[in-house]
Ligand binder design. Sequence first.
Ligand SMILES: [Fe+2]
Length: 506
Amino acid sequence: MLKPLTNILVVDDEQEICDIIRESLSSAEYRVTTLTDSSKALEYLDNHPVDLVLTDMVMDEYSGLQILEAAQAKQQDVMVILMTAHPTVKMAISVLKKGAYDFLVKPFKLDLLKSAIHRALSHQRALRENVHLRGQIEFLKVANAHTSGIEIETFLEMVMDSCKKELGATAVGLIEIDPNTKEPIRWNSITDDDELEAVVVDASIIDKFAGTRRTKPVIEGKRITSKEQPIIRMSIYQPLYIRRTLHGVISLVIDSVFGQVTPGQLDVLAILTNSAASAIANYNLYQDLQHSYLEAIHGLANAIEARDKYTAGHTDRVCKLAELIAIELDWDDKQLLGLTMGCTLHDIGKLAVPDSILNKPNALTKDEAKQMRKHPEMGLKIIKGIDLFKPAIPFIYSHHERWDGKGYPRGLKGEEIPLEGRLLAVADTFDAILSHRPYRKGASLQSAVDELVKYRGVQFDPMIVDIFLRVLKEGKVDIKGMYDLDEDPTALEIKISTPVTETAPV
Ligand SMILES: [Fe+2]
């Protein structure tokens, strides 16, 4: 599919001129075709790739200008040089205006012809180089986006979009596979033709590289008819490797008259695929790291619960309840991940509270309560040095603030309290009321609801309480599974009344 030779078409109704030009251009670099019939020349331009056309101006059937127009319509970056024995300034200007590269007056010396061809092909190389440079600019844009921390999906779409532009593709697809099972785990496409959507993300594309270490693209082509025109539909499959293991393929469908891509375009494709590969590799590493951190978080949460024998399962339940509220607030995946972290770690500061206080079977003394109330600050101290845990901070530090400003550690009021803290306060308290504690048994569901209603707008953000009670009443909370209670949440009585100014038991 690559062009090893420069294709030159010579059109002149004088056979002798054709022969002389062919002879003078015979070199290893050029493939010269000569035609004396201008109508055959038009046909030739319809069906063959041509880099340079050398045509007589005046011929029997079609003129040099018509050959010029046909060449420009059918061929990419084609250079056209016109020849005439009867030049006029007007003709020269009009020909050059129409986009001919040069104009030669017959008879001409062959050296003059060769240098005109040489200049035209240098100009063509510069134009094609320019395409390559544009490809590199696309790459730089993509590379910049990669380092600016955009989401992986957006980044991969940018890569596909650049591939589409630079290779003039009709459709581009990206398939990422699990390197062990070879099953697709992510796929996406950008296409001008809906019918090609499934083609570019067809899982069987991966089989083309199975068991091979092929790094070069697989290029296939077939003749089809599109809009009543015969064209070549090329499929290019560029493998995507991460540390020498196949992780996916970028596939393109390109419709063109001659089924050509330049080496520069293939270079751009390889470069863009590499940037997609490094983005996926970074993302996977980040996911692994995050997974390890989440495991560490769960380890820490278990350590907290192991010390406080009365709160077994508290963390998991609070996470579930808080998530139900967050979903109603339309939180996105990133916020939900922060919520999982925050809810899991919210009481991590209790690691600094002595066992004697944490597990005391009866009410705490004033001093003991003071120590216990330090756990949000202790939690902040433990977490704040770890970058990845930053989203957990507002949960840890603010979950004991109160809507009326009487909470701790900062005594924030109303919406001064981060939303994360207001949300967690409701989930945490609801679970605390329903759970068995050293100093009391778990309450009934109705009494837990009554408590939330009672302290709505006093201790709790009324908006969060309302959302939670709605979710509860809709039966979205697994009360039986979480608390072994037989009460039917959908039958709950929820009576919103004027707020009181006391404190709910926690
Ligand atoms: Fe707490």
